[in-house]
Every structure is written in structure tokens, then in C-alpha cells.
Design a protein around this ligand. Structure first.
Ligand SMILES: *Cc1c(COP(=O)(O)O)cnc(C)c1O
Length: 395
């Protein structure tokens, strides 16, 4: 059996996205900035896509800026939020310890430029506390950036409440919603969001396209210099095929949001229940504030990397955490922020599901993982060491 359970790293493109893309790879080749009929045709399609994306977020079309990826949207929003703050003499930013590297590394860059960043703790459950956010706000706080859904452990942050606090205090609020958009309902007005990043390839659109929502009252400066595209803020001829596909994919996800959430959540719950039966295993992140598709576990006494290789041999595509940190031997900053010791954070497994997965696949995962964990433990010196102090659960 083959099971793709790494949807938080990227998703397969949907038929809908592919079909929306095809015309732009063929007849719809005009440059949307051209005045002639081919240009107008492309521009019309582009406007439609912008409106569709805006509708899914409860925003206005002119508040959507297409970008090359989610990382770009994060960089742009945070750098601009900081710049606007600095102009008013405010150089304090609030974020949290479990952000994606697109956010964390942008913040590190700003720290080197003299900004002061407070990283809120997320506690054992992986959730930011509203009281701690309020307590961290200072006179010179200009920006709060807290992700909507965490990509490694799937926790959902109290975005609406954070947004309300920021609005009340007149502080800009950005959220990296790359794992949320297309998966859970996102409403920028109801959630009090000023800026939001999204990425197409996390909801069945192609890779290499994303968007930044920026409230119309906020005056963004240009991300790059160039032509008049994206209201002059991000020059460069638009990636029409990818943008049309992204709009179609998001429209489809939003139309089926409830049924997809129900289906994916049921699979996640079954997976969590089954994996919890493995001795000395535990589920990471609050069970009450969870995105539908992301499951993260730690298994004591094993190495996550060996687990992944064995699962790959069994046809299961999974991850140990974020795709961005794999390849380095450092344990995930997200798992460490939950307070897990290094040796336990090393034995992590992330399974991320989408509506294309089936309950049969979940059952297959539940047959394979316990066996692989057991085999690896039998070869593990760390496990042997643990057995000196506890009864062998496999006897
Ligand atoms: C994938 C991801 C990103 C980066 O998006 P790209 O389009 O791959 O640049 C940013 N934040 C989160 C939470 C993600 O999961």
C-alpha cells in the first residue's frame, strides 16, 4: 500500500487546480498588463482569481497581493510591520516560540537591526496564552505575529482573541495562516487580522505561489521594485497559471470546508487513538485546539529518522517535524518549546492528512507504526538503558 501522509509539507494538486491552470498554459498566454485583447483576457482572469481568494477570506480583492510563496508573504508582512513601527519610534515585536522559520528568521534579521522581539512561550499544550500576550505588550510594541495553525503539531492559536487585543491597543497583527487557509474557516474581519500569509501548495494548488492579505488602510511599501503589478508593490509579470490554480483550489476547499474537516478530523482521531496504544508514546499539542489533519507523536527510545526510513520502505510518506528542519540533526524548535527533552524530541513522527486520505490508509498506518517502533526499540541502546529502570512493556 502507498500512503501519502505528509500534507503539511505539501499537498498533491487537485484536478480542479489542474483544470484551472491548463488554459493559462495554452491560449491564455497574454500579459495582464498589455492593453490588447490577449492582455485584457489574462487581466480578466487575474481579477477573477483575486476576487475568489478575497471571498474565501472575507476580504476585498484590492487587499490581496500575490506573492511567490508563503515565505515571501511572511517576510514582506513582518518587515513592513517593523518598518512602519520604527517610523513611529516603536521597535518592539511580539511573536512566539513555535513559528515557522520564514517568520523566525525574519525576526532574527530584525533583531540584528535593533528591534526587540518577545517570543511568547506556548506551554506543554502548544498554545499561546492571551494573558501572557497582554502582559508582554509595551508602549513601543508595533507588531504581533502569531501563526494560525502550527505546521508541526497542528495546534490552533486563539487568533480572534489575539486580534481583538491588538486592535484595542492599536498594534498591527500579522498571522502566518499557511496551514490554516483551505483547512479551517478563516475570516480576516471576524478574526481582527491586519495581515495574513497563505501559500497555494498547502491546499492542492501548485508550488511557487502564495498571497499576502493586507488590510486596505495599511500602506505597504514595495516588496521589490519593478512594474505596476500588484498595485506597484510587487513588480514582475504575474504567475497566471499558478494564480488561477490557487484561486480554483481555494474556492473548492472553502466550498467543502465542513465535510472535509469532519472527514479529516475523524481520521486524525482514529490515528491518535491507535498510536496512543504504543507504550511510552505521547501525542504532542493540545487535543482541544487542533487542526483537522496534523498528528504529532513522540516515541521514547527511538530516532525519528530511522522511523521515517522504515515507514518509507512500508510505503508511508511521513515526516519527523517540519520539512525545513529535516536534514539537520537539531531537534525541532517546536518540540523543544513544548518542554520536551532533546532525546524525546528526537523520536518524533508527524503524520499530516488531507481529504484525499482514507480510513483504510489510516488503518494501514496503525498496522505499520507499532511494529516499526517495536523493532527499532529492540535495536536501540537508549531503549535498553530505559529497560534497566522499568518493566519491558513488550513482555
Ligand atoms: C509551508 C509553510 C510556510 C512556507 O510556505 P512556502 O510557500 O513553502 O514558502 C510558512 N509557514 C508555514 C506555517 C508553513 O507550513
Amino acid at each position: 500500500m502507498f500512503v501519502y501522509a505528509d500534507n503539511a509539507a505539501t499537498t498533491a494538486m487537485s484536478k480542479t487546480a489542474e483544470e484551472a491552470m491548463l488554459p493559462a498554459l495554452g491560449e491564455l498566454y497574454g500579459n495582464p498588463s498589455s492593453l490588447h485583447q490577449k492582455g485584457r483576457e489574462a487581466n480578466f482572469a487575474l481579477m477573477g482569481a483575486r476576487e475568489a481568494i478575497a471571498r474565501c477570506l472575507n476580504a476585498e480583492a484590492r487587499e490581496i497581493y500575490f506573492t511567490g510563496c508563503g515565505t515571501e508573504a511572511d517576510n514582506w508582512a513582518i518587515t513592513e510591520g517593523a518598518r512602519m513601527g520604527a517610523e513611529q519610534g516603536k521597535k518592539h515585536i511580539i511573536s512566539d516560540a513555535i513559528e515557522h522559520h520564514a517568520v523566525l528568521h525574519t525576526l532574527k534579521k530584525l533583531e540584528k537591526q535593533g528591534f526587540d522581539v518577545t517570543y511568547l512561550p506556548v506551554h506543554k499544550d502548544g498554545v499561546v496564552r492571551l494573558e501572557e500576550l497582554k502582559a508582554a505588550i509595551r508602549e513601543d510594541t508595533c507588531l504581533v505575529t502569531v501563526m494560525y495553525v502550527n505546521n508541526e503539531i497542528g495546534t490552533i492559536q486563539p487568533i480572534q482573541e489575539i486580534g481583538a487585543v491588538c486592535r484595542e491597543r492599536g498594534i498591527l497583527f500579522h498571522t502566518d495562516a499557511v496551514q490554516a487557509v483551505g483547512h479551517v474557516p478563516v475570516d480576516v474581519a471576524a478574526d481582527n487580522i491586519d495581515m495574513l500569509s497563505l501559500s497555494g501548495h498547502k491546499f492542492h494548488a501548485p508550488k511557487g505561489v502564495g498571497a499576502l492579505y493586507c488590510k486596505k488602510s495599511i500602506r505597504l511599501k514595495n516588496f521589490i521594485e519593478g512594474g505596476a503589478q500588484e498595485r506597484g508593490r510587487r513588480g514582475g509579470t504575474e504567475a497566471i497559471p499558478a494564480i488561477l490554480a490557487m484561486a480554483a483550489a481555494l474556492t473548492e476547499s472553502c466550498a467543502h470546508m465542513e465535510e472535509n474537516m469532519a472527514k479529516v478530523s475523524a481520521m486524525r482521531e482514529r490515528l491518535t487513538e491507535g498510536l496512543s496504544k504504543i507504550p511510552y508514546s505521547f501525542c504532542n499539542g493540545s487535543a482541544d485546539h487542533k487542526a483537522p489533519g496534523i498528528v504529532s507523536f513522540c516515541f521514547e527510545g527511538i530516532e525519528g529518522e530511522s522511523l521515517l526510513l522504515r515507514l518509507d520502505l512500508a510505503g508511508i510518506c511521513a515526516s519527523s517535524g517540519s520539512a525545513c528542519t529535516s536534514g539537520s540533526l537539531d531537534p525541532s524548535h517546536v518540540l523543544l518549546a513544548l518542554g520536551l527533552p532533546h532525546e524525546i524530541a528526537h523520536g518524533s513522527l508527524r503524520l499530516s492528512l488531507c481529504e484525499y486520505n482514507t480510513m483504510e490508509e489510516v488503518e494501514y498506518i496503525l498496522q505499520q507504526v507499532p511494529e516499526v517502533v517495536r523493532t527499532l526499540r529492540q535495536m536501540s541502546p537508549v531503549w535498553m538503558h530505559m529497560l534497566e529502570k522499568m518493566p519491558d512493556p513488550y513482555r
